[in-house]
Design a protein around this ligand. Structure first.
Ligand SMILES: Cc1cc2nc3c(=O)[nH]c(=O)nc-3n(C[C@H](O)[C@H](O)[C@H](O)COP(=O)(O)OP(=O)(O)OC[C@H]3O[C@@H](n4cnc5c(N)ncnc54)[C@H](O)[C@@H]3O)c2cc1C
Length: 462
């Protein structure tokens, strides 16, 4: 008899955990296939440290073939799910199309950058949702500081070393906190002084977290010299700067868009009921009326059994634990001797890394700040990382004793990391499988091997 085919789409927190748990529970009794555009799991919470040069990019990745024994990896992006035919159609990394048939399906495609209808933002801002965007930002910020140092026009110099981050959730807060430290180092060697602004429409930073964490983070940011502007948003973005909602125009070449995420658009196309763009599931993480289809993580609206009527928020903690429950329930659906269980969570608290030795954390509801929070936060990340712990710890140690390497590699260009993309995990390449044209005026004007297409000549680069 043929073994049942289990297909997991997406290898983030939810999908990686689901595939890993399934490999343990159903190895030898089911064919487990994992479809993902990259060959790694990305530990997103440490991405700000990659942008700030604390960690090398590969440290925050965990190899899928290297850690998931008994799971077949298919490289590609799902572009259509046919629930009646039980197939997933995908496009591979070289543009080749393929189809996977399934008996059980786990959808764990996560989320993408959230756009707001603000003029100029899609053209001039960059998101912070994937490794290409983090690497681009590191290069871009380094480049702006270097160009500012050589600039003779004081207004242009000030614009180049003014950096605007929109959205003071944990992503924007960590990006501003870490990158301020990154840009302070050249300033201490006599370079231009950086100016960082962190904006949010909400009345406080970390608006989704408890007020104590919010106060700790705001204090640390201000002490570091980040200008926190709450109750402020962006009215328009232009190539020369940002018009704020209070009428002030901030001359800048950098707009980092961290206003949040929206569920990956693939789940919209599935054609089943959604809750704010997330695929609605029952507490067993099954899509109602489709007992063979499961969904978890950011892309799924999972009922919060501890707060009836609400859904679990989009966090790594939930996605990681839901991935395991989804796998257990898939295994139970294949083997009657196993029992499924509903997803129920206990909040373990949250940690926001503010760079240096500082953080804001509330493990098990205990509020911490300063170096104690910093130690807890780093310890938490080391424990939560499914691989690479020694390398990450070694990078932290090196960063504590050596100066950071402030060089730009110039491998990623502005147009290769557009804000409006359903694939923040892949950099766009000329002639690649993604047929979406780059925004006007921001397209590669020269052949990539043309020497004039150097990082410094990146026209689309703000
Ligand atoms: C910078 C940053 C910092 C964060 N820090 C924290 C934090 O400190 N704590 C916390 O709890 N949460 C944090 N989060 C949120 C957390 O990372 C997400 O909630 C979590 O990643 C959701 O897990 P997921 O598995 O649903 O999605 P993801 O981890 O995003 O994984 C989705 C996977 O699906 C793949 N995929 C997407 N589309 C397709 C497709 N069509 N076909 C195939 N594969 C596809 C993607 O490549 C990816 O591998 C942070 C997020 C960001 C961006």
């Amino acid at each position: 008899m043929n073994r049942p085919r289990v297909v997991v789409v997406g290898a983030g927190f939810a999908g990686y955990r689901a595939a890993r748990t399934l490999a343990r529970l159903a190895r030898g009794r089911a064919d487990i296939t994992l479809l993902n555009p990259t060959d790694y799991f990305l530990y997103l919470p440490l991405l700000p440290q990659v942008a700030a040069g604390v960690l090398e990019a590969r440290r925050v990745t965990v190899s899928l073939p290297g850690t998931l024994r008994g799971v077949r990896l298919v490289l590609g992006e799902a572009d259509h799910v046919d629930l009646d035919a039980r197939t997933v159609r995908y496009t591979g990394p070289e543009g080749d199309a393929g189809t996977l048939g399934y008996d059980r399906l786990v959808l764990a495609v996560g989320s993408v950058n959230k756009l707001l209808p603000v003029p100029g933002v899609a053209e001039h801002a960059h998101g912070f949702r994937g490794l290409p965007e983090a690497l681009y930002l590191r290069d871009h910020v380094t480049r702006q500081m270097e160009l500012a140092a050589a600039e003779t026009d004081p207004a242009l110099r000030a614009a180049r070393c003014t950096f605007v981050v929109v959205g003071a959730g944990y992503t924007g807060t960590e990006v501003a906190a870490h990158l301020k430290i990154f840009t302070d180092r050249p300033a201490r060697r006599g370079g231009p002084r950086p100016r960082w602004l962190l904006l949010d429409v909400a009345p406080r930073v970390l608006p989704e977290m408890d007020e104590r964490m919010s106060r700790t983070a705001a204090r640390a940011l201000r002490a570091r010299g980040v200008q926190v502007r709450t109750g402020t948003s962006v009215r328009e973005a232009t190539p020369d700067g940002v018009l704020l909602s209070d009428g002030e125009f901030v001359a800048s070449r950098t707009l980092v868009w961290c206003v949040g995420v929206r569920p990956d658009p693939l789940v919209t196309a599935v054609g089943e009921p959604l809750e704010r763009g997330r695929l609605l599931v029952d507490p067993y993480l099954r899509v109602p009326g489709r007992p063979e289809v499961f969904a978890c993580g950011d892309a799924a609206a999972v009922p919060d059994l501890r707060r009836p009527g609400e859904f679990t928020p989009m966090t790594a903690q939930h996605a990681w634990r839901q991935g395991r429950v989804a796998a257990e329930n898939v295994a139970a659906s294949l083997d009657r001797s196993r029992r499924g269980r509903p997803y129920r969570h206990r909040d373990l608290g949250f940690a926001v890394d503010l760079g240096g030795a500082r953080a804001a954390a509330n493990p098990f509801g205990i509020p911490l700040s300063g170096p104690a929070a910093g130690a807890v936060t780093r310890g938490y990340h080391l424990a939560a990382l499914p691989g690479n712990r020694v390398r990450v710890a070694a990078d932290w140690l090196l960063d504590a004793v050596l100066p950071r390497q402030g060089v730009q590699l110039g491998l990623l260009r502005s147009w290769s990391v557009p804000l409006d993309t359903a694939s923040p995990e892949l950099a766009r390449v000329p002639g690649g499988p993604d047929p979406t044209p780059a925004p006007a005026g921001d397209a590669p004007k020269t052949h990539p091997t043309d020497p004039s297409d150097s990082a410094q000549g990146d026209r689309g680069n703000r």
